[in-house]
Design a protein around this ligand. Structure first.
Ligand SMILES: [Zn+2]
Length: 218
């Protein structure tokens, strides 16, 4: 993955991007958590019905790299602690790292099941119970494999005042989104967990068919 390897030696500089404003912050408050005191801000898209939540800590400056994560909602993993995927542990680790560092932001986007919605995700899980992998299941339902877009999430990070980012993600598409949205990626911070018997098939598909950067999956 050339794009990712470049980060090691040279920061990935931003691509030209549109400066047009497409999100607005509508509310903000304090959010004390197990991982320290954060702030929570709610945003609305000005171009669709989509809503976003940003949980962040500290202040941001163009030249000081900040820890960031775009987390796509996973009701089963984030809330019900499902062991079918690694979303819940990734979110917790991201909060823990930001809490420890005292600075950083997580944009939580409501694109459940890579954008197919919770009901379709449960349908896909039923097909997985019969042996399909995560990609085949979506295809059999006539749904895209990954419908997510990240440009408005990146706009939120820019609006917070960020210029340089250390991206907590295993997904090359999310790194690319940062660059396409005008941020300089100075580091990728892996969020990896040893595969279990429940996650191994999902993680193997993610690594070999979707290009996710997972060193613990062979
Ligand atoms: Zn998940």
């Amino acid at each position: 993955m050339n794009f990712i390897e470049k980060i090691k030696d040279h920061p990935i500089v931003p691509a030209p991007f549109s400066n047009a404003r497409t999100i607005e912050k509508v509310a903000e408050a304090r959010l004390p958590t197990e991982f320290g005191d954060f702030r929570i801000a709610g945003y609305r898209s000005m171009t669709s019905d989509e809503e976003f939540v940003c949980v962040y800590k500290g202040e941001f400056h163009q030249d000081v790299p900040a820890l960031v994560r775009i987390h796509s909602q996973c009701l089963t993993g984030d809330v019900f602690h499902s062991t079918k995927c690694d979303c819940g542990p990734q979110l917790q680790r991201a909060m823990e790292l930001i809490g420890r560092e005292g600075r950083g932001a997580i944009v939580y986007q409501h694109q459940e099941g890579r954008g197919i919605g919770i009901i379709n995700k449960i349908r896909a899980y039923a097909l997985q119970d019969e042996g399909a992998d995560t990609i085949e299941a979506n295809e059999r339902l006539g749904l895209g494999v990954d419908l997510r877009v990240y440009d408005q999430c990146v706009e939120i990070l820019r609006e917070l005042g960020m210029g340089k980012v250390r991206v907590m993600s295993n997904n090359p598409e999310k790194l690319k989104a940062m660059r396409d949205g005008g941020l300089t990626v100075v580091e990728r911070v892996p969020l990896e967990f040893r595969p279990s018997k429940n996650t191994i098939k999902y993680l193997t598909t993610k690594k070999f068919q979707m290009g996710h950067l997972l060193r613990l999956v062979s």
